[in-house]
Design a protein around this ligand. Structure first.
Ligand SMILES: Cc1ncc(COP(=O)(O)O)c(C=O)c1O
Length: 396
């Protein structure tokens, strides 16, 4: 089918809740995807952050094929080896005394942790959760209510009660919001959708202290930052601040749908039978894919590579900033790259697409790249050449 034929089917049969590029993608390999017309694109934003080890990573492809032939899905009324092994792998790499719950997406992982925080706070009558402005936690009502961006709440009110929002990076503001009914603080250690915002020095440590003083859970939403994206398995290891619970999804299973919650055992114990569930959560297929993703990251030494990729992007954008007044600020941590522009980023994204480079723009003016940890050096430089050219030749 041509891209146009696929688009025609979408126009008739698929609900139009996404803005889509006018291209039908049919194949992927590493940091490249191909459209139905055979055109190749370099992908600096593979799978919206899900394809952390590239498109169709060979170990994941093999693990999924083998697992699919053996056992695709059984309910959580049974034990299944891949789920147990995945929980063990995630907990061991966290260094925490923790246990896991599995679901299928980031928003679901956050629903689970919101319930956990409330269950933990219930005996003391605590249910409120402090989250941050410009945060993004998902689209279901709990996670959406946690999301500190009014534009996502618009026309869907009322939101779930019990959320209060503090500006990201402002410890005093968070501290002023704590009251006798507060049970948790929930934060992305680096805000992704909000513009790749890196926390100021001492901020996460300050939140940890605040939680300890008031008996609150500290929850890190690592849906975007987790699984090696920032050069450590979890971003909290980058900052040396231990949360009580972590949520994961996106890159967890190398592009296969999988979400997870890691909670320290004292809190995990609150999720007793009947409190929470997900029919597909932790199915053998997704867990086999996740285990193969972890394998790939380790066998190919990709945690170390994340830092090198981040440094290479930073150097390229630094050099560009000296020549291009549109570039305001560069924010990188491993393969999370944000470039703040003085203009709306949409025309830049569209021009890159015309030149076969896929990037993203978030928060209006921030170009966001979430490249694969195994992006080759020559592809990195070639993509940056295109970005240089597009930004330098922008006429407005
Ligand atoms: C930090 C964070 N949390 C939660 C989510 C929601 O994840 P999902 O789209 O898998 O529900 C996202 C998605 O972008 C995210 O970036």
């Amino acid at each position: 089918m041509t891209s146009q034929e696929t688009i025609a089917i979408f126009e008739k049969y698929v609900i139009g809740n996404y803005r889509r590029f006018p291209v039908s993608l049919v194949r992927g390999e590493g940091s490249y995807v191909w459209d139905a017309e055979g055109k190749r694109y370099l992908d600096f934003f593979p799978g919206w952050g899900c394809n952390l080890v590239g498109h169709c990573p060979p170990r994941v492809v093999k693990a999924v094929a083998e697992q699919a032939a053996r056992l695709i899905h059984v309910p959580n009324t049974w034990y299944m080896e891949p789920q147990g092994l995945l929980a063990m792998a995630l907990v061991e790499r966290s260094g925490l005394d923790a246990q896991c719950f599995f679901c299928n997406s980031g928003t679901e992982a956050n629903e689970a942790v919101i319930k956990l925080a409330r269950l933990n706070g219930k005996p003391k009558g605590r249910y409120k959760i402090i989250t941050m402005l410009d945060s993004f936690h998902g689209r279901t009502f709990g996670a959406l209510s946690a999301t500190g961006q009014p534009k996502y709440h618009q026309n869907l009110e009322p939101m779930l009660a019990g959320f209060a929002y503090a500006p990201f990076g402002d410890l005093d503001a968070a501290s002023r919001l704590v009251d006798d009914e507060t049970c948790a603080i929930m934060i992305e250690p680096i805000q992704g959708e909000g513009g790749v915002n890196i926390p100021p020095e001492g901020y996460l440590e300050g939140l940890r202290k605040l939680c300890d003083q008031h008996g609150l859970m500290l929850i890190f939403d690592e849906v975007q930052t987790g699984m090696g994206r920032t050069g450590t398995w979890y971003a909290f290891q980058n900052f040396g601040v231990e949360p009580d619970a972590i949520t994961l999804a996106k890159a967890l299973a190398g592009g296969v749908a999988c979400g997870g919650l890691l909670a320290k055992t004292e809190f995990a114990a609150k999720l007793v039978p009947g409190t929470h569930a997900a029919t597909f959560g932790g199915n053998p297929l997704a867990c086999a894919a996740a285990l193969a993703t972890i394998d790939t990251i380790e066998a190919d030494h990709l945690l170390a590579r994340a830092g090198r990729i981040g440094a290479a992007f930073h150097a390229r954008f630094d050099a560009l900033q000296k020549r291009c007044p549109l570039v305001q600020e560069i924010r990188t941590r491993g393969t999370m790259v944000g470039v703040e522009l003085s203009i709306d980023g949409t025309p830049i994204v569209n021009e890159c697409l015309k030149r076969n480079l896929l990037i993203n723009c978030t928060h209006g003016t921030v170009l966001r790249l979430l490249p694969a940890l195994n992006l080759p050096d020559d592809a990195l430089q070639a993509g940056c050449d295109i970005l240089d050219d597009v930004l330098l030749s922008y006429k407005g």
